[in-house]
Design a protein around this ligand. Structure first.
Ligand SMILES: [Zn+2]
Length: 76
């Protein structure tokens, strides 16, 4: 059976190379940071005077989790 020149897997009909783990991890991290920043900036937009300072980390983490969740849902 032929082997794929890129991933060395069996080259069957409809073969698709598995995505590299490091790439997937990098994408998840980038997505988490992007989502976290977006949520944090949104919080700042709603709270320009920083009255809910305790929410910074929470909003960042929540945004990151949501972004990763959406990313995983779209990819699978
Ligand atoms: Zn392949």
């Amino acid at each position: 059976m032929a082997t794929c020149p890129r991933c060395l897997g069996h080259l069957t009909d409809g073969h698709r190379c598995p995505r590299r783990r490091s790439l997937v991890a990098a994408e998840i991290i980038a997505c988490a940071i992007g989502g976290g920043l977006l949520a944090w900036l949104t919080l700042i937009g709603f709270d320009p005077h920083g009255q809910v300072t305790d929410m910074d980390a929470i909003s960042f983490i929540a945004g990151a989790l949501v972004a990763v969740g959406i990313n995983r849902a779209l990819r699978s």
